[in-house]
Design a protein around this ligand. Sequence first.
Ligand code: NAD
Ligand code: SER
Length: 351
Amino acid sequence: MRSGIRLYSSDRSCREPGATQVVPAHHPTAHVSRILVTGAGGQIGSELVPALRERYGADRVLSTDIRTPAPDDLAAGPFQVLDATDPLAVGAAAMRFEADCIYHLAAILSAVGERDPKLAYQVNMGGTVAVLEVARDQGLSVFVPSSIAAFGPTTPRDGTPQDTVQRPTTMYGVTKVSGELLCDYYHLRYGVDVRGLRYPGIVSWKAPPGGGTTDWAVEIFVHAARGEDYTCFLPADSRLDMMYIPDALRATIELMEADGERLEHRNAFNVTAMQLAPRDLAAVLAERVPGFEVHYDVDPVRAEIAESWPDRIDDSAAREQWGWASRYDLDAMVDDMLENLRALDHPHSEG
Ligand code: NAD
Ligand code: SER
């Protein structure tokens, strides 16, 4: 059921508590048929969109981003330039596409966010609120990712619980905690079926990472695949949760298709696959790439960000509530990354 676009308009009634409870609390997302993805041109979106198209049909997934994609990606399915912070534009795009669901990936990541905190606030908070308002207004379900960045230096570092202290010290982290709370609010108050994961650092080979603290875990592979040494911006022993992209895509889709009745948390689930420090990956890559070496030129800003995040999060809530289990361990990820990067003509590198 649709109630029309009335976002931030003179019609105040749609913004009154309970005025547009158009989504039942346990909306059956397994039957989602038409999906709008924001920030689709980024590290995760450039792989999630093809995965969603394979599952639900190419013409049923609208890829959107503030940037225009490469011609090959444009040919793969519908695309629209869309600023996710503009609620009227998001609402109009969702309405025109007859979307049932929005996967909201548009964001400014941690390192870029510390360079421009105001931009991070505007994009991350503005985008999340715009998408949630559209979802409330049009009766859509929503996926909104959070991050290990939603934790801070006072969070328990080892075995970080699902529910714990969250006092992050980056603007990115502040927007992630706020986004988690907003998602909870829209679910509790308006019945919007909003779900989300706290992604760890994502390792992938198709698109370069977007300016985060975990980008080193992609850059190191790109250099190794080219047979070049890598200079790492984090200290050798800076350990963080990581996950290979196929697991991240599967986690995302499995959560969105999970039985809502079983979801005690719904939003901001801890998920992890492995814990990696630069020295760990350097050692495994050196076994496969003769002569490969990692040097260190530590960036104090990113080192401090990494230091404020957990070493190992506890994802038992996701395991218990919707059956989450990672499949890729370190060896499997390394083999697959190297094989895929070596098959590319021009492996990307942000390093
Ligand atoms: P990314 O930086 O690679 O991509 C973000 C995309 O958003 C880019 O294509 C960018 O052009 C787009 N964008 C920026 N501003 C926009 C706007 N105003 N309107 C529309 N699009 C806009 O990010 P990603 O790694 O793909 O991350 C996707 C989501 O997952 C984000 O919410 C991020 O916080 C979260 N996440 C990512 C990781 C990771 O390791 N990649 C880890 C934890 C959480
Ligand atoms: N990979 C992300 C970052 O480093 C974590 O959310 O910003």
